[in-house]
Design a protein around this ligand. Sequence first.
Ligand SMILES: Cc1ncc(COP(=O)(O)O)c(C=O)c1O
Length: 401
Amino acid sequence: MKPQTIESSQETVSPPSRRRVNRVIEAMPPSGIRKFFDLVMGRPNVVSLGVGEPDFVTPWHICDAGIHSLEMGKTSYSSNQGITELREEIAAYLKRVHQAEYNPADQIIVTVGGSEALDLAFRAVLEPGDQALVVDPSFVSYAPLAAMAGGEPVRVATTQEEGFTPRIEDLERATTERTRAIIVNYPNNPTGATITQEKLEAIAQFTLDHDLILISDEMYHPLTYEGTSPTFAALPELRDHLILVHGFSKAWAMTGWRMGFTAGPVDIINGMLKIHQYCMMCASTPSQFAALEALRHGADEVEKMRREYDARRRFVVHHFNRIGLDCPTPYGAFYAFPSIRSTGLSSEDFAQRLLERENVAVVPGTAFGECGEGHIRCSYATSMADLRKAMQRIESFVQSL
Ligand SMILES: Cc1ncc(COP(=O)(O)O)c(C=O)c1O
């Protein structure tokens, strides 16, 4: 028998038309934020209100704790769930701040940023074809993560008039037999909205009525400016249906450390832990020691940064309104979401022309969903000097239209 050549066997195994990338991934558009930032790259003198991360460096004693852990030779894997002291400290924090009791032994996982916790949540809960309700506009990752988990994200529109929180009748209308989960995020990226206790309870009741899992992303919970933001974790009746996602990136200025955590019912956390074990093993060990220090001794710095964000928030909201861009007051996170409807431009056009003419980078509201049309997202996690420059340039851009 004639031996098969490599060429001929390759031809049989891999015909030229063979699909090489998963269809869901291939069809997925790149993040609207990334797309826009490719335009910014390489432009000199750009003032950027685009990036959603603190301009502060991590407080030194937190960095020092990470360094010290390395000096002490803590360079191995930790337990899959995260080091015990950190989980205990997270449980104490959740009890103190979110009025919620979680057992550090089997209800908390330390994750690689809040991002991993979100991924684990969708993957643990959704099966192929299951639907997840995603509020629109929302953080760019939710819909893609739900889709990558095999689910189908279903957008639920919100409006400025409703404070960018979903109406229960809209949630009801979007719910089908296939709906398994809903994800919400207050304080909110991109709108800066917080939620009222009344709306929070209504969403909780909706979740229970339909026997859903509620994923509550409370990454920005420590950053509120006029009273605190109510938390879903404080509702005892919801406990069995709630996956809480939190992390150190924003309030503790630790984006690069990649430190997040999640808390929830034992069965779901167990499922999430299996995925985490296989794909991540554990979060970075030195980062976990830094996070431990952040929780034990970081509150004063968080408060200092919060006050600084508050001063900047007042500044930008005042100036947007003054120049005729109606800006809903953001009560949390570090984003303003002014309306640019009065200019007659679309969000994309506004952002692109502002960048070309005045070298100011903002993110078009549509990067966060269709309901972001008519808005731009401006991060005020930027120095006051840059905010001043940005506001002057935006004013001159608006006047030129
Ligand atoms: C609402 C929200 N959730 C989660 C994340 C993810 O944060 P990280 O993975 O850095 O913890 C972000 C980051 O921008 C965010 O804005």
